[in-house]
Ligand binder design. Structure first.
Ligand code: ASP
Ligand code: MG
Length: 316
């Protein structure tokens, strides 16, 4: 252990970054390739990559949870089957099935997640809806990151995949769980930091976590931004970049107001006000962990990474 700590001192975490890719960046094959291109251009840097579920997977999983809780088990299984097939199709399109390809390993990982959920879907609900919601919905992020990590690996981005439920601990307020900062920080220090001695890139899930009894929890819809900010805080990184399908934080909804412009800079305070005013750009809990450690957040467009985007900081 001692020697690991000596090596860790050699890694300057202040030079590290956190990247967050939302559901839109992994919603189509083309977008997944774009996401990988961005990461490949930065693979010499140490980056923790937080990824959401693909496209509208979380909404689809919510339907599975509802059907299960209403005791419509066959329907729940059928809805889940569609989600399974979608993910297998994406994995097939992205990953090579040759001996050296990543498909088999990724498929095995996907399969073990599928099996976990299917076991549950055969049961009868005896606990709260929110409990089952989290056990089912958490699978979206696990599936997307399993595929993405394999695709990164196959396209020359050496990385380590990690189940965030082994790192971020929460209470058991299902669907709105609160981070246990002390325990989670310890896990970041002893598990996440040493991973960067092996690979520059570590891939993990947004939005999900676990209780001290290893039950899955979620942090609230769109919570992946918050996960990314929690990691930036705990690793004390140089910055957090949230990659979105818009050119940055806009002054108004461009679909409704043709005069909408992109903010070049915003203060933490201004960004907090914008997100509390209901603009669905960044999860409102994201700013505080960044502000506490004075870590700037870049909001950039994954469709055109040359655009400057918006930088949110203390303003100095
Ligand atoms: N996949 C989750 C959601 O759709 C979390 C996120 O995207 O941030 O709410
Ligand atoms: Mg999302």
């Amino acid at each position: 252990m001692q020697s690991v700590f000596l090596y860790l001192r050699a890694i300057n975490f202040r030079m590290m970054k956190v990247y967050k890719f939302g559901g839109a960046s992994v919603s189509t094959i083309e977008r997944i390739k774009q996401t990988a291109d961005i990461l490949r251009a930065h693979k010499e840097e140490k980056i923790l990559v937080v990824i959401s579920a693909m496209g509208k997977t979380t909404n689809a999983l919510e339907k599975v949870a509802e059907a299960f809780f209403d005791k419509r088990n066959p329907e729940a299984l059928q809805l889940f089957e569609a989600i399974k097939e979608q993910h297998i199709a994406v994995a097939r399109q992205l990953l090579s099935q040759t001996l050296r390809g990543q498909y088999d390993e990724a498929y095995n990982r996907l399969f073990s997640f599928f099996t976990e959920i299917e076991w549950l879907l055969h049961d009868k609900p005896v606990q709260s809806y929110d409990y089952y919601y989290d056990q089912i919905v958490c699978i979206g992020e696990l599936l997307s990151t399993a595929i993405m990590s394999a695709y990164f690996e196959e396209t020359g981005i050496a990385n380590t995949w990690i189940d965030v439920r082994d790192i971020l601990r929460t209470d058991d307020i299902f669907r709105a769980a609160n981070i246990d900062w002390k325990f989670s920080q310890q896990q970041v220090d002893t598990i996440i930091k040493p991973l960067f001695l092996t690979n520059n890139i570590v891939v993990t899930q947004g939005f999900i976590a676990a209780t001290d009894e290893n039950e899955s929890t979620t942090l609230g819809r769109e919570g992946s931004d918050y996960t990314a900010a929690v990691f930036a805080n705990m690793l004390d990184t140089k910055s957090l970049t949230v990659w979105k399908d818009v050119p940055g934080i806009m002054s108004a909804d461009p679909a409704k107001d043709s005069n909408a412009t992109v903010f070049d800079t915003l203060t933490y305070q201004e960004m907090t006000e914008i997100s509390h005013n209901g603009a669905k750009v960044i999860h409102p809990k994201t700013i505080k962990p960044l502000q506490d450690k004075d870590i700037p957040m870049f909001v950039k467009c994954f469709l055109d990474y040359k655009l400057p985007g918006t930088v949110i900081s203390n303003g100095h």
